[in-house]
Design a protein. Structure first.
Length: 196
């Protein structure tokens, strides 16, 4: 059902744990990171590089103090929404509100630079109108997560720090088995910038 799927890149969080280790002025989205292809790019650029070209509708949701991340996203064809809240629920709602009339949405975390494009494509292929598509690695749910059109109103109603996990209860969940450690690898501390 990948006819019109919007990619929502969630990048409004403050990165508090990363800053505690790296320093208060260090933004993890802009930290140098060696991708699985061996190229050194910022974390946010690695995320953008891994998005399949077939996913043309892209929206970056980020805070107002990240002009470099916004410029980078625009270079990769993203629109952007600036948000004053670091809450994941607020970010998801703002992203879906920016492109409401689609067949579904793929939630991509801005601090997960090691997901293989093939894993993203498989999750997108699992999106159904009334279902949630999620990658599974060794029994553990990962990211990105795809939501069909039927979830639009619920996604737009999310608020605060709680993400979309509440929508899984009672939902039709398509579990996409992957052999890709990138689906569970996020950058919370500087040591995580190197993929092992």
């Amino acid at each position: 059902m990948a006819n019109s799927i919007g990619v929502i890149i969630l990048a409004a969080g403050s990165g508090r744990r990363f800053r505690q280790v790296a320093g208060p002025d260090k933004d993890k989205l802009l930290a140098d990171c060696t991708g699985r292809d061996g190229a050194v790019r910022s974390v946010i650029e690695q995320v953008l590089v891994n998005l399949p070209a077939t996913l043309e509708k892209r929206v970056l949701v980020t805070s107002t103090d990240r002009p470099q991340a916004i410029r980078m996203a625009q270079a990769y064809g993203c629109e952007f929404v600036e948000l004053d809240s670091p809450g994941l629920g607020d970010s998801i709602a703002a992203g879906v509100q920016a492109c409401p009339g689609l067949d579904g949405w793929l939630m991509v975390l801005g601090d997960m630079p090691f997901i293989l494009p093939s894993s993203i494509e498989r999750v997108v292929a699992g999106i159904r109108e009334d279902g949630i598509s999620v990658p599974v690695l060794a029994g553990e749910y990962g990211h990105p997560v795809g939501f069909g059109r039927g979830f639009g109103p619920k996604l737009m109603a999310l608020t605060g720090d709680r993400g979309a996990k509440v929508l899984f209860a009672g939902a039709r969940v398509v579990e996409v088995e992957v052999d890709d450690p990138g689906v569970t690898w996020d950058i919370d501390v500087p040591e995580a910038l190197t993929f092992k």
